[in-house]
Design a protein around this ligand. Structure first.
Ligand code: ZN
Length: 566
């Protein structure tokens, strides 16, 4: 691959520190983790960071309900997050506990002052729903009432789930506060606005330089046609966030400081690691690559506001933003009321995390598509691909190496080719090495589904080779035992390459295979060109188990039980 190491910073969106992680969240963390691991395996200087998004009204309200501070709520959620990410082998270089941190506040203030000095900030009084009992301005989602179009009851203040209408909370009929049930009043307050529209040309230029997937760039073109609007960046007290430095009682809207959390996380990491420097990644002329993985619901914040904030405050902008779709379960949106919200925790109680990583990888590509987790297909795919094709190669070969050759691999001698059907193991091995280039390209372009398809096609070839060579027949004739060693040496060396190619997806299995094959060092794209010859391996132990469909039933039973207690 690439001869000189690249400096790469990869982020995932900061998960909101309110509620458990579920499989829908994991699409993004697993996708980004695979990509980060791939770059590290290729010798690049790659950092993978994220953190909890702590600010905003929902967290403030959740904490109040529990009778604890927002800080305590976020700290408790953080502990769960760390365990869940580790459980799914999502290996962040740094996962920041909270955006409610001095490093983030200092950067948010710095950016705000820069925008103010540019005259990008103005104030305007607006009317907003206010809960007279709770003494709180209500976000749109906290006002409920009857839809102004179809009259459906109990609809949110921003859109109707019955007829799909969107509207302002002031248009709702019979509005009530979702917090107290009181009728909200309209109250005026001074708000701070960022003049996003001043950045229209700069943003268009930025987007047209290939920073976004075509589908997202097209979506943004529609927004440009309508015209960009000033962005309300302030909220009134009480609000869990950062107070605007020159505006007592006014707070930064959570979406202003959340992406600044990407910078603050790196700043905190730099404080503990002498080998990395914040400016190398974030200064205006930085040559480091900066990539954000996000869901399609937060494109507006990342592809418009965020680069505009960075441009206005003299920082670098992202190299690219990678947007993904949502996760469906058995063809349907995951839903709490239908009992199909599978939490990370429940999954891990019943199933191996690498199975989900593999299944997602087999479905992920560079486009903005929803992924369907079809549980029947999931079981079949894991059992057929990982157990039936991949692991099968090792289990067919390792026994002979131990039974007849004291655990020692032989060599690939061309003279051992039997019959015209049979392939020269050298040629096959070289084919696998060449395919590694193609697979690397697929990973680089985030076409994981193509990488997986390619790897499984190689696994088919390896199995075919073993089936053609029939070591179990050859082994019956002691005069031909050397051939058995050659066949199994070839099989295990092909298995070793498949393990490398799957390593970004299956890191735990790769480690177990490295131990089993006794590799001199962990497998990387660079150190795996030479096969292992005349080399002692460890006894074979089953590396992965077939999925028992019963474990799926048990998972679903837990999921609906958890839903019933919500
Ligand atoms: Zn309606």
């Amino acid at each position: 691959m690439s001869p000189s190491p690249r400096r790469i910073l990869i982020t995932t969106a900061l998960p909101y520190a309110n509620g458990a992680l579920h499989l829908g969240h994991l699409v993004e963390y697993i996708q980004a983790d695979i990509w980060a691991r791939f770059h590290k395996l290729n010798g690049h200087d790659c950092l993978f960071i994220s953190g909890n998004d702590a600010h905003g009204t929902p967290i403030m309200i959740s904490a109040q309900k529990r009778g604890i501070t927002p800080e305590a709520l976020v700290a408790a959620v953080h502990e769960e997050r760390i365990t869940d990410f580790a459980g799914f082998l999502v290996d962040f270089d740094y996962f920041d506990a909270t955006t409610h941190a001095p490093e983030n506040q200092a950067l948010a203030n710095q950016i705000y002052y820069a925008l103010r000095d540019n005259k990008d900030i103005f104030t305007r009084e607006i009317a907003q729903a206010f809960d007279p009992e709770k003494q709180l301005f209500l976000p749109d989602r906290y006002v409920k009432g009857d839809c102004p179009r179809c009259g459906a009851n109990d609809q949110y203040g921003d859109n109707c789930e019955a007829c799909g209408a969107t509207y302002a909370p002031t248009e709702l009929k019979n509005p009530v506060s979702a917090l107290s049930g009181a009728t909200p009043i309209q109250k005026h307050s001074l708000h701070y606005f960022f003049q996003l529209e001043k950045y229209t040309d700069a943003l268009k230029k930025w987007i047209n330089s290939g920073k976004l997937q075509p589908q997202i760039a097209n979506k943004l073109a529609e927004w440009f046609e309508v015209g960009l609007q000033p962005w309300d960046i302030s909220r009134d007290a009480p609000y869990f966030g950062f107070e605007i430095p020159d505006a007592p009682g006014k707070y930064f809207y959570v979406w202003l400081d959340a992406p600044i959390g990407y910078m603050a996380s790196l700043k905190k990491l730099c404080a503990t690691r002498k080998d990395i420097c914040f400016d190398d990644y974030w200064k205006k002329d930085s040559v480091a690559e900066l990539y954000h993985f996000i869901g399609k619901d937060i494109v507006y914040f990342h592809a418009l506001f965020w680069p505009a904030l960075l441009m206005g405050s003299n920082f670098r902008t992202p190299s690219a933003i990678f947007t993904h779709g949502f996760l469906n379960l058995n063809g349907q949106k995951m839903s709490k009321s239908r009992g199909t919200f599978i939490t990370a925790r429940d999954y891990l109680t019943h199933l191996n995390p690498e199975y989900l990583r593999y299944y997602f990888a087999a479905k992920l590509n560079s486009h903005v598509e929803d992924i369907d987790l079809n549980l029947t297909d999931f079981v079949q795919r894991i059992n057929a691909d990982l157990i039936g094709k991949y692991i099968n190669i090792a289990s067919r070969c390792a026994g002979f190496i131990h039974k007849f050759f004291a655990g020692k691999l032989g060599e690939l001698t061309a003279s051992s080719i039997r019959g015209e059907l049979n392939q020269d193991p050298h040629v096959l091995y070289q084919h696998f090495i060449a395919a590694g280039e193609v697979i690397a390209k697929h990973y680089e372009q985030r076409e994981f589904q193509h990488a997986v398809r390619e790897i499984m096609a190689l696994a088919d070839l390896a199995n075919q080779y073993i089936a053609d060579q029939q070591p179990w027949i050859v082994a019956k004739d002691t005069a031909q035992l050397a051939e058995v060693q050659t066949i199994c040496t070839a099989g295990l060396n092909l298995f070793r390459l498949l393990t490398l190619y799957l390593k970004p997806i299956l890191p735990t299995t790769a480690l177990a295979v490295e131990n089993f094959l006794n590799t001199p060092e962990p497998l990387t794209w660079q150190n795996s060109q030479q096969p292992l010859f005349n080399h002692l391996i460890q006894p074979f132990k089953p590396l992965l188990q077939r999925i028992d469909p019963e474990s799926i039933n048990a998972l679903l039973a837990d999921t609906s039980k958890a839903t019933a207690t919500l």
